[in-house]
Design a binder for this molecule. Structure first.
Ligand code: A2P
Length: 425
């Protein structure tokens, strides 16, 4: 990991996140190798005393909100509490203000300088799944458009469909929502996401922030040839600890009616993109609504296959949910041909059945995954619960190592070549 000298002459080049542009997607927090990034309900923020300027978070950020720096006297670095309260970034301090605030006059050396990497102490290496996540797309990915409508300039889409794609009659439900952009250009690729701005204001009277959702439909539209896209949105009724809570954005989206207008920003994301070359393999590992990008990729490959003009590689899906009833798209998945996609479903709360997670199924399918790990045409995508990420990457590591492959080399190659993508939240 590269680190950078952030302090020079008593002045800190402080790393900050622009709250006006940030879409609160959690990518930076998930990527940061030193846990310098945290968040509250309002903002994502950077701990000045922890950030080492390694820049690992910069390119994965879909909006560029992460790439903000301010020169401040070390003793006056913005605290995370200050940052939590911001609605916009503070301006740059003028050189005389810096001096007045206790810093030395700025010099050219205030800009980032590379410092030697601190050697890892023997025995202190911990397994960090995030370090294997690629920040570049596969070589054969199509070129994405990003930020056509940035968070300050949303466009309007019209709801043209909304249905429950989980089994009806259960407390937990996930909706498949289709938005149409009419004649407004809003091109998306499988794996990209968009932001939806709920109407109204929050408890403090401020407009709501955009909430990020992965696109669940292929590049040529949910309905082929139409300027529309689909989202997979779970109605949030409990928080992470199981306490009742009403998710503002998810309930808004799940309750949308056909004809309603929605404020949309995006598209976002330029690395979680599918390979497009013939015989390229796609291994998809997801839980819950993390299935959205997997549905998009699968459907694009299905359309290509039906066209008869494209020879796809293997598609392998590992999909986890509490029960079959809670698994989005269970019905449509059953109708996909067995020679088109290899589907492995892990249910964790089926009464009378042992708890199973996606990584358990991956280990059971070790021989097939090993063959794919050995093939440079294989691309791995992980999307869903944050807790699953480590278990999934460890399963890949163990499958490789048990066959005598070096995970150090293989994991690094997957990362470098844009062949292992992690999007967990
Ligand atoms: P669990 O029953 O233990 O919560 P959710 O419905 O909350 O979105 O979760 C989707 C699925 O992911 C559930 O089956 C859930 O199981 C499972 N899950 C939870 N933690 C992990 C983990 N660490 N690794 C893999 N799967 C997990």
């Amino acid at each position: 990991m590269e680190t950078h000298t952030l302090i020079d002459n008593g002045i800190l080049k402080q790393h900050l996140i622009d709250p006006e542009i940030c879409i609160r997607c959690n990518t930076c927090e998930a990527t940061c190798p030193v846990n310098a990034i945290t968040h509250d309900d309002n903002n994502y923020v950077v701990r000045a005393d922890v950030c080492n300027g390694c820049m690992a978070c910069i390119s994965p950020c879909p909006t560029g909100s992460i790439d903000n720096w301010r020169a401040v006297p070390v003793a006056r670095a913005y605290t995370i509490d200050e940052q939590f309260s911001w609605e916009e970034l503070p301006g740059e301090l003028a050189p005389h203000e810096l001096v007045a605030a206790g810093g030395e006059p700025a010099t050219e050396a205030t800009t980032l300088q590379q410092a030697p990497e601190a050697p890892a102490e023997p025995g202190t290496q911990v397994f960090r799944s995030a370090q294997y996540g690629a920040t570049v797309p596969p070589w054969s990915a199509a070129h994405p458009y990003t930020n056509l409508f940035p968070p300050k300039s949303p466009t309007t889409a019209t709801v043209v469909g909304n249905f429950n794609c989980t089994e009806a009659g259960f407390e937990s439900e996930t909706h498949h929502v289709v938005l149409d952009f009419g004649s407004m250009p809003f091109p998306v690729l499988e794996g990209q996401s968009i932001g939806i701005i709920p109407p109204g204001t929050d408890a403090l009277g401020k407009p709501h922030h955009a909430r990020q959702y992965s696109v669940a439909s292929p590049r040529n539209g949910e309905r082929p040839g139409y300027n529309n896209l689909a989202l997979t949105v779970k109605r949030v009724t409990v928080d992470h600890d199981g306490n009742p809570v009403r998710g503002v954005a998810s309930n808004y989206v799940c309750d949308l009616k056909v004809g309603d207008k929605v404020q949309v920003v995006g598209p976002f994301g330029s690395s979680f993109l599918m390979p497009n070359h013939p015989r390229s393999h796609i291994v998809m590992i997801c839980t819950g609504t993390g299935s959205a990008p997997m549905r998009a990729m699968t459907e694009w490959r299905r359309r290509l296959r039906n066209s008869g003009k494209f020879e796809g590689g293997k598609l392998m899906l590992f999909f986890g949910a509490r029960t079959q009833q809670e698994l989005p798209y269970f019905g449509p998945l059953q109708s996909l041909p067995k020679d088109f996609i290899d589907i492995n479903l892990a249910f964790s709360r089926t009464p009378g059945q042992p708890k199973r997670y996606v990584q358990d199924l991956m280990r059971e399918r070790d021989a097939d995954l090993l063959a794919l790990l050995r093939d440079d045409n294989s691309h791995f995508y992980v999307c869903g619960l944050k807790g699953m990420e480590e278990g999934v990457v460890m399963a890949l590591r163990d499958i490789a190592q048990e066959a005598g492959l070096s995970w150090e080399a293989l994991g690094a190659a997957l990362q470098r070549e844009g062949r292992l993508h992690l999007e967990t939240y």
